[in-house]
Write a protein that binds this ligand. Structure first.
Ligand code: SF4
Length: 729
């Protein structure tokens, strides 16, 4: 799944008065135009109301060339226009909006003044041709002048957006030369976060009208105005022209995003497929530069992108790689840390909270863990946060040794089938792409016949286990859950039923009024054989409140799992990691798991589940990206060390990480590859693309590829059939 981004912004055209006379422009005026502080305040309130994260400040160039604007600025207490923009940005930051400014060509000093209060800035290079007819009367549109500003921004370490206009009279060669010029500046300073490829569309001039109002009305109506005629100096652009530019941009600047405005043509989708990465700022109040062209809604774009393997996700105006003190003023960074901390990339340590990571504890912690000793919070935090390759290799080796000691060389797997009877769910976890409201068109509920068919199919396939979990269905009572178990056992009396998360059991307790132990007794009598240790997510109430506030708290999860073990029903235990959790919160999860296992000994295996963000609320609106393979493997090894000798089996989830990474994880402390699954909905609906089933042969092949013998096991780790390594040819 490929991530395509956009920024949820609100545009404020602070002043449209401009010193330039570009022929394509419907935005600029040469009369006095300036929003008053009260108007700015009202617009900022509107931006917050519309849930924008970015404030896009657009202006004409040097509006104070107009005497009346100068006069008004003075009356508001500002010596120049930049001072007023700074004031506006400060007010925006106070309201949690991140300013991105585009004021035209600026001096280095003015860029520096804006840097104090912006998250990013921008300036279109437009073209490399200095003699375009459209730019006559606009001296600051000279490419040398524009590049001077863009270079100065690089020297000041300002995350920057630039781009080109396509179809304003330049030749195809000049377009690529313009991109090459941007690439040269970027090679010097590394500050270009994205390049906009903006096709020119002719539009009427709006004499006497207010583009902001036209844009807002068009955005609300969702309809484009009539197309205007192409002027003599303009040129028609084809999709192939744009495709060539996407490719050129990527070749010249592989680490820079490629942005396509989705409101200026119907070809944004093919250009995304060509490799463009971003759909720009989808302004809640429309496009002030091309006001008659409303932005398509994120929902519409998401629906068009998804079937083509793309996931639409929000970003901030500043790209993640620049979210640190080198690239941003502390005050701006503080706003991100307070309001948008989940967008800050993981760099091995906390995002919301600064904590000292005791790297000095790592060598001793590895040694103690290798001996099976329980590690303290600071030690585990340091291991989860570790970034030094040599220390990570030591973690891997220790985890691998512990695996060999506790589980031997054999890689196990179970032939099983998942059945998710219904995805109807009332809980609404932000990390979930599976649960649906009852009236959602994507909601489903298997009937008895369908359920029986799936059980029969599992038996035919040779499955020894059925793993059954569903959403929290508002109409189901304990009897319904018992009914599914009985029905499964009627069809397949010998099959092992591994069913119902602690959350489902909690729901059964609520509807029946029975305590967990009594519920488990009933379920056991109906055919339940063991319990999945899901719904654990991260066993830290602070994390749970942020990602699934309606889910059962840690103490209740522990109580239910203890009741399961006390009833003689063993369980697995999971962790869902790689989203918003901090390393010390994972340390707490491991403490809870380890202590519970020391009390009951009921866990059969530990299953790390890395978070799949693509079709979840956390992924769409909170900037969470999929964990890298390297981080995934490191965490896997640390989980093994954290468990010590308490839980002998560590499972890799091929659904989450892919079979390739799961095979590699066999060197990182893993001894089990889980199940064949046959159908997998929970990760698939969150955007995982690692398939929904594997055959036993594929799992055996993975073990053999890692140089290890394989064995099919039962749910409770009885060996059914061994598959030794083939003899070398
Ligand atoms: S994770 Fe489970 S409880 Fe939460 S919304 Fe999804 S299906 Fe419902």
């Amino acid at each position: 799944m490929r991530r395509v981004t956009y920024s949820r912004n609100y545009t404020i055209s602070l002043s449209r008065t401009c010193q330039c006379y570009c022929k394509y422009c419907a935005f600029a005026t040469h009369k006095a135009h300036l929003y008053s502080p009260d108007e700015v305040d009202g617009l900022l309130g509107e931006a917050v109301k519309r849930r924008a994260k970015e404030l896009l400040v657009l202006t004409g160039e040097k509006p104070e060339v107009n005497a009346e604007v100068r006069e008004r600025l003075r009356a508001h207490g500002h010596d120049d226009f930049v001072s007023y923009v700074v004031w506006t940005c400060e007010r925006a930051l106070e309201r949690g909006l991140l300013p991105h400014t585009n004021l035209g060509a600026l001096s280095k000093e003015d860029l520096g003044r804006l840097r104090e209060v912006t998250a990013s800035q921008g300036l279109m290079l437009e073209s490399i041709n200095p003699d375009l007819i459209v730019h006559q009367g606009s001296p600051t549109k000279h490419p040398a002048k524009r590049l001077e500003t863009i270079r100065a921004a690089g020297e000041l370490r300002i995350p920057f957006t630039s781009g080109i206009l396509v179809g304003i009279g330049e030749t195809p060669e000049e377009r690529v030369q313009a991109l090459a010029a941007l690439a040269e500046v970027h090679a010097e300073h590394g500050h270009l976060q994205e390049v906009i490829l903006q096709n020119f569309v002719p539009h009427p001039r709006y004499y006497g009208a207010e583009p902001a109002e036209i844009a807002d009305a068009a955005q609300l109506a969702g309809e484009s105005g009539a197309a205007a005629a192409m002027p003599a100096w303009g040129s028609e652009i084809t999709l192939d022209d744009m495709r060539a530019l996407v490719r050129a941009s990527q070749e010249l600047m592989p680490d820079v995003g490629v942005q396509i405005p989705p409101n200026l043509s119907d070809w944004w989708l093919p250009l995304i497929e060509e490799g463009a990465t971003d759909l720009g700022g989808l302004s809640a109040n429309g496009d002030h530069i091309s006001p008659e062209h409303p932005f398509p809604s994120p929902q519409r774009m998401r629906k068009e992108l998804e079937p083509r393997g793309n996931a639409l996700a929000e970003r901030l105006c500043v790209y993640p790689q620049y979210m640190d003190a080198e690239w941003m003023e502390q005050g701006v960074l503080d706003t991100i840390k307070t309001a948008y901390w989940s967008f800050i990339p993981r760099r091995g340590s906390g995002r919301r909270e600064e904590r000292v990571i005791r790297r000095d504890l790592v060598p001793g912690a590895i040694e103690r863990a290798r001996d099976g000793t329980a590690l303290g919070e600071e030690e585990l935090t340091a291991l989860f946060a570790e970034t030094r390759p040599e220390a990570i290799e030591e973690i891997r080796e220790a985890a691998d040794e512990l695996r060999a000691e506790l589980a031997g060389e054999t890689v196990t797997f179970v032939v099983n089938r998942n059945i998710n009877v219904s995805n109807v769910c009332t809980v609404g976890c932000a990390f979930c792409g599976f649960g649906q409201g009852r009236r959602s068109p994507d909601a489903y509920e298997h009937d008895r016949d369908e359920f029986v068919r799936r059980v029969e199919e599992a038996v035919e396939f040779g499955a020894t286990e059925i793993c059954m979990q569903s959403g929290i269905h508002p109409d189901w009572a304990l009897e319904d859950y018992e009914g599914w178990l009985r029905l499964a056992k009627e069809v397949a009396p010998d099959i092992h039923l591994h069913a119902y998360s602690a959350m489902e059991v909690d729901a059964m307790c609520a509807t029946s009024g029975l305590p967990p132990r009594a519920v488990f007794e009933r379920l056991r009598a109906a055919g339940l054989d063991s319990t999945p240790g899901t719904a654990a997510e991260v066993l830290h109430d602070g994390v749970r409140e942020r990602i699934s506030p309606n889910k059962l708290p840690v103490a209740r999860w522990v109580e239910i799992i203890e009741a399961s073990h006390a009833t003689g029903l063993r369980s697995t235990v999971t962790v869902m990691f790689g989203h918003i959790e901090e390393p010390w919160e994972l340390a707490e999860h491991m403490r809870v798991v380890r202590e519970l296992q020391e009390r009951t000994g009921g866990f059969t295996e530990f299953v790390p589940l890395s978070f799949i963000p693509h079709h979840t609320l956390l992924g769409r609106t909170h900037g969470i990206e999929e964990l890298s393979r390297e981080e995934n493997l490191k965490h896997t090894a640390v989980f093994r060390l954290a468990l010590g000798r308490t839980i002998p089996s560590l499972q890799a989830s091929w659904v989450k990480m892919g079979l390739d990474a799961a095979t590699e994880s066999l060197r990182w402390g893993v001894n089990d590859l889980g199940g064949t699954l046959m159908e997998e909905s929970i990760s698939r609906l969150a955007g995982s693309q690692h398939g929904v089933m594997l055959t036993p042969e594929q799992l055996i092949g993975a073990a053999h590829a890692a140089g290890r013998p394989a064995a099919e096991r039962t749910t409770l780790y009885g060996i059914r059939e061994r598959h030794e390594l083939p003899l070398a040819a």
